[in-house]
Design a binder for this molecule. Structure first.
Ligand SMILES: Nc1ncnc2c1ncn2[C@@H]1O[C@H](COP(=O)(O)OP(=O)(O)OP(=O)(O)O)[C@@H](O)[C@H]1O
Length: 579
């Protein structure tokens, strides 16, 4: 988190990224103004009632007729108290609704932005930390919306209104309040500065914990096999301890700062009370004014004190919002114009002297590659491990941008092609296919959301997965299926898309990364036959493979040579299972 992008009490970015917050701030300002009026009305009526009772008692005229003088005030006081309770209820409802709307809006924007930034950006990020941010991280904004923001508004409106009212009643007390009030914000700023650094440390500790935990859980079988599970449990305990220490440090600051603000407000009110008492004894002040000032003075300090208290409840939310803005402000890859009419399956693909680099790497992942793929052609890409074959497919998918050289689709730079329209015409089977939790059919329908059951079954059969029940549940990342089954479902997903594109008269670019790895010879033959059929249908196919059985299918074989061994640059600190 950069110091430059610090979240202010009311960050304009929050209003920009979540429109619901703007409506809420307006509503809260309205609630604040009405509350200020009710606070003054309540104090005035209370002073009327109390002085009325004392006047009646001292005059010995506490008869039924005299009570009616403050009887009205008493009834009105009841109304004001009820109105304040109603207002508090309305404020709470508005706060919860707005908070839910803002969180939903931020979550959606982050998800969309991350999707546009693409896998190459995601590769440089801590995924578990991102997950924590989008889930429990943003939930912490509740405290900010429901507690802090309303108090902040009250703290700007109520003290000003109270001081003006006090000035008309007793200027001396008004001056004392006006002089002592600014001390509270000064202390709050000091406390805020200390808290901000602490909250960031806590947030970082939480992110490290989430990252480490996700890493250990994912690698548990490996760690167990190599006898490192116990060591990891110890490491996890250390990371949790760090998080606990940071949380307690934050709480310590919160309690101490609440104490300081409370003390300051109490001393200030005591100062006003002493002045009032002395002047009341000397007869310089009437009882009603004295009571009014005594009731009103603490109301001037209360909202400011509460801002300090709620600041800590909202600090986690603000830290999460700051992190959310960092993600949202990551610039998208520069795409000067968006050409959306190109059909990936019907244009010539030209790769000219292509070089691709990943962040934190000195050596290019792919360098000096030149090749062409004519529409309807099947091109096999081979080469040693690490040569950059998958990187070439990532380039054709628009996931990485060339460091130099060109990637052209029908003569148009791929950078200038609308990525959404382009990817809609591409079917892809990655080297490590990713299945989402759900069912087999649900995963196949990612390729063609309109596919009915018979089309799903047909796609599975063409991918050599006729044995897989479409309703079979699939766990996270394809858990519950064998590696070969995952690959065949991924293939069926790609084939479903190809089929839909062909059925609607459009072309399709099929990108396959080792599509038959891990398959038995019978299934491999089935897949080979399907690829041969697609070739006759005019589907443009780029297949990365080492398998001799797939090579005869290709119109051309392109060999990607291995470059000198890449070296790593020191990257971001990483709390992985082996760290
Ligand atoms: N996300 C990444 N960040 C940094 N470096 C990467 C990333 N992905 C790949 N590389 C590096 O880029 C180079 C090319 O990787 P790529 O996966 O394209 O090779 P490949 O030819 O497909 O290898 P294989 O045949 O083993 O799948 C390798 O040196 C690899 O370490």
């Amino acid at each position: 988190m950069s110091a430059a992008s610090t979240v202010r009490p009311l960050d304009p970015r929050l209003l920009r990224y979540a429109r619901a917050s703007a409506v809420y701030v307006g509503l809260t300002a309205g609630f604040g103004a009405v509350t200020a009026g009710l606070v003054i009305a309540q104090a005035t009526l209370l002073a009327d009632v109390i002085s009325g009772v004392f006047d009646g008692a001292s005059g010995g005229r506490a008869g039924a007729g005299e009570t009616t003088g403050y009887g009205w005030a008493l009834a009105l006081l009841g109304l004001v108290v009820t109105a304040r309770a109603g207002l508090a209820w309305g404020q709470e409802v508005a706060a919860q609704r707005s908070s839910a709307a803002v969180k939903a809006s931020l979550r959606q924007r982050i998800t969309e932005h991350v999707a546009e930034l693409g896998p190459s950006w995601l590769g440089t990020e801590r995924r578990a930390a991102l997950t924590t941010l989008v889930t429990s991280g943003l939930d912490a904004l509740d405290g900010y919306f429901a507690r802090y923001l309303p108090q902040l508004v009250l703290a700007t409106i109520v003290p000003a209104a109270v001081v003006v009212c006090l000035f008309t009643a007793d200027p001396l007390s008004a001056v004392i309040v006006a002089l002592t009030l600014p001390l509270i914000p000064v202390f709050m700023v000091l406390v805020g500065l200390a808290t901000r650094a602490q909250t960031r440390r806590r947030w970082r500790a939480l992110a490290v914990l989430a990252h480490h935990f996700a890493d250990v859980v994912a690698g548990l079988p490996t760690l167990k096999l190599f006898g490192r599970a116990k060591a990891q449990a110890r490491a996890l305990r250390e990371v949790s301890d760090e998080h606990r220490r940071e949380s307690l440090a934050t709480l310590r600051i919160a309690f101490l700062s609440a104490l300081v603000l409370e003390l300051l407000a109490t001393l200030s009110v005591a100062l006003v009370a002493v002045g009032i008492g002395l002047r009341l004894v000397e007869g310089e002040l009437d009882l009603r004014t004295a009571v009014l000032v005594l009731v009103l003075a603490p109301e001037a300090y209360l909202p400011l004190r509460m801002v300090g208290t709620h600041f800590h409840a909202s600090a986690d939310g603000l830290a999460a919002a700051e992190e959310a803005f960092r993600v949202l402000e990551t610039p998208l890859p520069d795409r000067p114009a968006s050409e959306s009419s190109i059909d990936p399956g019907k244009v010539r693909l030209t790769v000219r002297d292509l070089e691709v680099r990943y962040p934190d790497r000195d050596a290019p992942a792919l360098a000096g590659l030149t090749m062409t793929v004519q529409p309807g052609e099947t091109v096999a890409v081979t080469g040693p491990s690490g040569a950059g074959k998958s990187t070439l497919l990532a380039g054709l998918l628009g996931f990485v941008t060339p460091a130099s050289g060109q990637l052209l689709a029908g003569g148009c730079d791929l950078d200038r092609v609308d990525p959404v329209a382009w990817r809609a015409g591409v079917a892809w089977v990655p080297q490590r296919p990713y299945l989402l939790a759900g069912t087999v059919a649900g995963n196949v329908r990612l390729g063609d959301p309109e596919a009915d059951r018979s089309q799903v079954t047909a796609a599975l059969a063409r991918a050599g997965a006729a044995d897989l029940d479409p309703d079979r549940p699939v766990g996270e990342r394809g858990a519950g299926l064998s590696a070969g089954q995952v690959r065949r479902v991924a293939l069926a997903r790609a084939l479903a898309r190809v089929e839909r594109r062909l059925a609607t008269g459009r072309g399709c670019l099929l990108l396959l990364d080792e599509p038959t790895a891990g398959l038995d010879p019978g299934t491999e033959e089935q897949v080979r036959a399907e690829l041969a059929r697609l070739r006759t249908c005019g589907v443009t196919t780029v297949v990365v493979t080492h398998r001799p059985t797939l090579l005869p299918l290709a119109d051309r074989v392109v060999e990607v040579p291995l470059r000198p061994t890449p070296t790593s640059r020191p990257g971001r600190p990483f709390a992985g299972a082996l760290a």
